[in-house]
Design a protein around this ligand. Structure first.
Ligand code: O7M
Length: 216
């Protein structure tokens, strides 16, 4: 996936009005937007196509899909039919569940991102011990897109080493969670930034500052 300036906006706001304000403010710098449960539950799945049409942005639907294969398939189908370019899928549910989303992505000519390990402290209890196996499973399944944490650079590096240099890694946790953009981009292809931008009093200049700080 081609991500302008290597920054993805996590648009975790709860109204369409605010979503449009923030997306508009950063549109000179950011062309890839992650829509997750906060906006989709508040404003519906059509929030995806509304943002996509208004800003010509790519939309990554962050539904962290984690169900049995049959249900995963339905979730992925509906998400792609709503206009998402990609869907984020949990890996811990296993190869069959992930494969169901990959099949949907193939049929809709869209993409899957495999979530390997998470950025928050609690992820070290259960997900971290499994993360390397999840990344290895992704490689075996032929997945090219991954999510790995910006808050734990050594873990991000480990995941990069498993999935290889040709894989595409996006990394959340920059800014509000303490992760730092340039070290993240040493190992990830793009950083996901949410609150630092959408809670800032000047999202446009904040996005510009982040982009200016990156050695592209
Ligand atoms: O910059 P923030 O902390 O406001 O937002 C980070 C976004 O990334 C937010 O949408 C989280 O739900 C998401 N995220 C994480 O913060 N940590 C993870 O490990 C994984 C994700 C994510 O995007 O998962 C796919």
């Amino acid at each position: 996936m081609e991500v302008k300036n290597r920054i993805i906006l996590a648009l975790d706001v709860k109204t369409m009005e605010r979503a449009f304000e923030v997306a508009d403010a950063v549109s000179d710098y950011i062309n890839t937007i992650k829509v997750g449960y906060p906006l989709a539950l508040a404003e519906g799945l059509e929030s995806i196509s509304m943002i996509k049409e208004e800003f010509s942005s790519k939309i990554i639907a962050d539904f962290k899909v984690a169900d049995i294969p049959e249900t995963n398939r339905k979730i992925a189908d509906l998400t792609f039919e709503a206009g998402a370019d990609a869907i984020i899928v949990h890996g811990f549910v296993g190869a069959d569940s992930v494969t169901a989303c990959m099949e949907s992505a193939d049929e809709h000519d869209k993409e899957v991102f495999l979530l390997t390990e998470m950025s928050h402290p609690g992820a070290s209890a259960f997900l971290q011990p499994a993360a390397e196996h999840i990344a290895e499973m992704g490689v075996e399944l032929g997945i090219k897109n991954y999510v790995a944490p910006a808050t734990k650079i050594n873990r991000l590096e480990t995941i990069r080493n498993i999935v290889g240099k040709n894989a595409f890694i996006i990394s959340p946790g920059v800014g509000a969670q303490g992760g730092e953009t340039s070290s993240t981009l040493d190992f990830a292809d793009a950083a996901i930034v949410g609150r630092s931008i959408y809670l800032s009093h000047d999202p446009k200049n904040t996005a510009k500052g982040i982009v200016d700080g990156i050695k592209l």
